[in-house]
Design a protein around this ligand. Structure first.
Ligand SMILES: [Zn+2]
Length: 267
């Protein structure tokens, strides 16, 4: 087993060097992607060139699969690659090596859901999805939602789905990715469970006309769905609105700084 692993890594490194040499992202396209999206503004020179390398290899290794007539042009590919690799600046591409396909739909799509309630009655309904991350499988992204991502307003379907992929690296989608050396699982759990409890309580509180605005959650209420959705949503805010996340949930923000190895609010 060890021999296979040792043989595999140099092969991968050589393949990645070849991608960088033979399939660079054209300057014009790369400059467009960085200027077009506000979330890249805080990056210094070194991070910009690392992001470009990561995005180039990402494009060489991932397969784009248009669904329902979605148009997948170079701008969209580079835009997805750059945003997908942003969380990897302090990590590396191996975090995404257990999946390879990105399905692109033209816009949000309906998924037939099925729930069984406490009385055993099956309810079927359509849910609208902007994206999905399948465990051990592809990622689905709606083109319209990719185009609405990266503007610095808190919404980012690409980072959201990539966060699910990071979370699931240890085989569990539970809002806790495998932590990096030096991080304490107890500190992570304490920060995230307190914040998740807070947003749940804000959602459950009956709306009061006077206090609704002040007391309601300041981040997308979808975060209150589950611990794994909370993690994916705060990752969006970490890059889209870092100051807001830091002021709302400073402990969560601090854990994400340790995990991602970057501090967008301080840059
Ligand atoms: Zn999600």
């Amino acid at each position: 087993m060890l021999a296979a692993i040792m043989g595999f890594r140099p092969f991968r490194a050589a393949r990645r060097r070849r991608i960088l040499e033979r399939s660079p992202i054209p300057d014009e396209l790369w400059d467009w992607a960085l200027k077009e999206h506000r979330i890249f503004r805080w990056l210094g020179e070194a991070d910009r060139s690392r992001l470009r390398e990561l995005a180039t290899i990402f494009l060489g290794e991932k397969i784009f699969d248009p669904v329902d007539g979605a148009e997948v042009d170079e701008e969209l590919r580079v835009s997805i690659a750059a945003q997908a690799c942003l969380p990897l600046l302090g990590l590396d591409l191996d975090w995404y090596d257990d999946w390879s396909t990105i399905m692109v739909t033209p816009r949000e799509y309906d998924v037939r859901q099925k729930d069984v309630d406490e009385a055993g009655v099956v309810h079927e309904y359509d849910d609208e999805f902007a994206g999905e991350a399948f465990s051990l499988g592809p990622v689905a992204l709606s083109r319209a939602d990719v185009e609405a991502s990266g503007w610095g307003d808190g919404y980012n379907v690409v980072i959201h789905e990539m966060a699910h992929k990071l979370d699931g690296r240890d085989g569990r989608f539970d809002g806790c990715p495998p932590l990096r050396p030096g991080m304490a699982a107890g500190a992570w759990r304490a920060a995230f469970s307190a914040a998740f409890g807070d947003i749940r309580s804000k959602m459950e509180r009956p709306p009061s006309r006077r206090s609704a605005r002040r007391k309601g959650p300041r981040i997308d209420s979808y975060a209150a769905e589950s611990p794994e959705e909370f993690f994916a949503v705060v990752c969006e805010y970490f890059y889209e609105k870092p100051h807001l996340l830091r002021s709302e949930y400073p402990e969560v923000y601090a854990q994400l700084v340790l995990f991602f190895g970057r501090d967008p609010a301080e840059a």
